[in-house]
Design a protein. Structure first.
Length: 425
């Protein structure tokens, strides 16, 4: 493959704080050099960025891919197309498929299927418990050897305290962490929306917001006991974030992410039973949304993940309480995150840091930065270019976006994986 040079770009690398005009040279799938005054080697292909932003490819900490078992919702190939359109080059796949990723051969299958796309590195989570059922522990050692990046039961909370204690201890022994869906199961069972005035008015069974903080508090106590590392997914309430902030100040191995719906939408988005906005955890009150925004700005939240949960029309075209929870999020991850930059809540480097360098550090990856010798996994985007989210026109199979109809600023122009252009004309 010939060298490629991207010229007239605004280079942004949150890992080093770089934000400057310049060029970047790609050679043999790696970043060979970058900076101002860089000249093209003889025979190199040239791409004029025309002032657009060139940054590391996005690293998505949490997504469901449908395959295996739910290919009618999404396949690895269709998710890879959506990810490339969204600037995502590395993705951590949840294990609660059918069958669950509790077998080393299945993990290897997922990794190879990702490689086969040519555009997306898939890092699968291993199931923390057999079948993600929360009972018997999975084979952590074999799964880790097969490529498990960490362990989780995906969309199911590990509700049994003994099982969570064992999971934290085992994961620590294998140098990784446990990802928890922070929602106390007995309080959340049967719920469809955040408990309160809106849920009551709509006649929907409620989930108390406290269900999140209760499980967060329990698991922080288990971290003290085991000296393990817990990572809380899609944190959505101010009470839980206060606990996580305090645990970090204490020096405990506690990290967390959130997803775009929890800092861009509040519970009013469910409107009159709008099932595209039925999520897990459910959308919260405005005070909690503002608390999530504040936690992004002060560093309490370690990453922004797409929380991609593909569903087909039959899953969503049901009464609200019966409809499946979850929203498509790959193609909108960058645009909705940039809304917090355009709104003045985050700097551009802060916003991109939560999508690149910080998740890379959490996972121990070489990607997520613009550095000589690093993989040439890159996204080129125009932070000012507007577009509208339209369900039915999104890349990939899944169209169940909670942002349907939302106007965004920030459009991906091109995505590169190992130096090859995988999105953009």
């Amino acid at each position: 493959m010939p060298d490629t040079i991207i010229t007239n770009a605004r280079l942004i690398d949150p890992a080093t704080g770089l934000d400057a005009p310049g060029a970047l040279l790609i050679r043999d799938g790696l970043i060979a050099d970058h900076g101002a005054g860089l000249t093209a080697p003889e025979g190199a292909a040239t791409l004029d960025a025309k002032g657009a932003i060139l940054a590391p490819g996005l690293i998505d900490l949490r997504a469901s891919l449908g395959e295996p078992g739910f290919e009618h919702r999404e396949t690895i190939a269709s998710a890879a197309r959506a990810a490339a359109a969204g600037g995502i080059t590395t993705l951590c796949a949840l294990p609660d498929t059918e069958p669950a990723l509790d077998d080393p051969a299945l993990l290897q299958f997922i990794i190879r299927r990702g490689e086969a796309t040519g555009s997306l590195t898939i890092l699968p989570y291993g199931a923390a418990t057999a079948g993600c059922q929360g009972k018997e522990m999975a084979e952590f050692g074999l799964l880790r050897e097969a490529g498990a990046i960490a362990f989780t039961d995906g969309r199911r909370a590990i509700g049994n305290a003994r099982a969570m204690r064992l999971a934290l201890s085992y994961a620590r022994g294998f140098g990784c962490f446990v990802v928890q869906h922070p929602e106390e199961p007995s309080l959340a069972a049967g719920g469809a929306a955040t408990e309160g005035e809106l849920a009551s008015r709509l006649g929907l069974p409620g989930i108390p917001a406290a269900a999140e903080a209760i499980l967060v508090a329990r698991d922080i106590a288990l971290v003290r006991l085991t000296r393990g590392h817990v990572h809380f997914a899609h944190v959505s309430t101010g009470a839980a974030l206060d606990l996580i902030r305090a645990a970090k100040a204490e020096g405990l191995a506690v990290t967390c992410d959130t997803a775009p719906p929890y800092f861009d939408l509040n519970e009013t988005a469910i409107g009159d039973y709008r099932t595209y906005a039925k999520l897990s955890p459910p959308l919260r009150r405005e005070a909690d949304r503002l608390a999530v925004v504040a936690a992004l700005a002060d560093g309490t939240i370690d990453a922004i993940a797409s929380d991609h949960q593909p569903h087909d029309a039959d899953d969503k075209r049901l009464p609200f309480a019966q409809a499946e929870a979850g929203g498509a999020g790959l193609a909108t991850l960058l645009g909705v995150t940039l809304a917090r930059f355009h709104g003045g809540d985050l700097t551009l480097i802060q916003a991109l840091d939560l999508l690149t360098a910080r998740p890379a550090r959490l996972l121990g990856l070489e990607s997520g930065r613009l550095a000589k010798g690093a993989p040439a996994d890159l996204v080129l985007f125009d932070a000012e270019r507007g577009w509208k989210v339209e369900a039915g026109k999104l890349p990939g199979k899944a169209q169940n976006s909670p942002f349907d109809g939302r106007a965004l600023e920030g459009r991906v122009i091109a995505t590169f994986k190992a130096g090859s252009r995988v999105f953009g004309g």
